[in-house]
Design a binder for this molecule. Structure first.
Ligand code: AP5
Ligand code: MG
Length: 193
């Protein structure tokens, strides 16, 4: 059983790499950003509540995110070999809540992947995606806000996972396959170790 967190700044490749991991390791991909965008697209009450925050690059309140992820985790059937948490936790409070969720289940998070990409490359990638895919938060002003919020609230939680000795830094520049191959090595070594 492998439960992993994939973290990194906006545009670092969390979603891209999660797709490859899922295809090879039969893990369930839980992306909080994808969940929120689906709620917004469907016009649900939750979607309406979070729409402005997401499109401005601000974080959704912790307790709301904790409820969403607990609910999503509880619905994963046991045919999977574990979970990939993409975009959660993003704050110290979320990290603490996640510990409690796993403790209650009697399970552990075994890997924290931190994908590093320099800021200009992140901006270039997201602007390019904004032109082709039209994600509402992929415009320069919102990208800058997302990076600012990430640096202030999410980057600092890496210390917690370093102390737990499950932290792995990944250089996220290069081809998608090159980066994936580094991730695959880490998962294999943890799974077999
Ligand atoms: P979320 O959806 O998580 O967005 P994000 O963190 O801003 O990251 P992205 O999804 O934009 O990037 P990614 O790292 O997945 O990269 P990707 O693989 O797509 O969150 C969105 C919003 O939801 C937040 O701002 C917040 O409002 C809210 N939210 C979500 N979770 C929350 C939480 N826990 N608490 C509070 N609020 C929350 O790649 C990006 C692009 O680069 C793609 O076009 C891709 O094709 C390309 N690319 C990928 N890899 C490479 C490569 N190696 N070389 C070149 N291009 C590449
Ligand atoms: Mg993503």
């Amino acid at each position: 059983m492998i439960n992993l967190i994939i973290s990194g700044a906006p545009g670092s490749g969390k979603g891209t790499q999660s797709d490859l991991i899922v295809a090879n390791f039969r893990l369930k991909h839980l992306s909080t950003g994808d969940m929120l965008r689906a709620e917004i697209a469907a016009g649900t009450p939750l979607g309406k509540q979070v729409e402005k925050l997401v499109s401005s690059g601000a974080y959704v309140p912790d307790q709301l995110m904790i409820d969403i992820i607990s609910n999503a985790i509880s619905q994963v059937d046991n045919s999977y070999n574990g979970l990939i948490l993409d975009g959660f936790p993003r704050t110290a409070e979320q990290a603490q809540a996640l510990e409690e969720i796993f403790e209650k289940m009697g399970k552990k998070i075994s890997i924290f992947l931190d994908i590093h990409v320099e800021e200009q490359e992140l901006i270039d990638r997201l602007l390019k995606r904004g032109q082709t895919q039209g994600r509402k938060d992929d415009n320069l002003e919102t990208i800058r806000e997302r990076l600012k919020v990430y640096n202030a609230k999410t980057q600092p939680i890496t210390d917690f996972y370093k102390k737990k000795q499950i932290y792995h830094r990944i250089e996220g520049i290069g081809t998608i396959d090159e980066i994936y191959s580094k991730i695959e090595d880490i998962i294999n070594s943890v799974a077999n170790g």
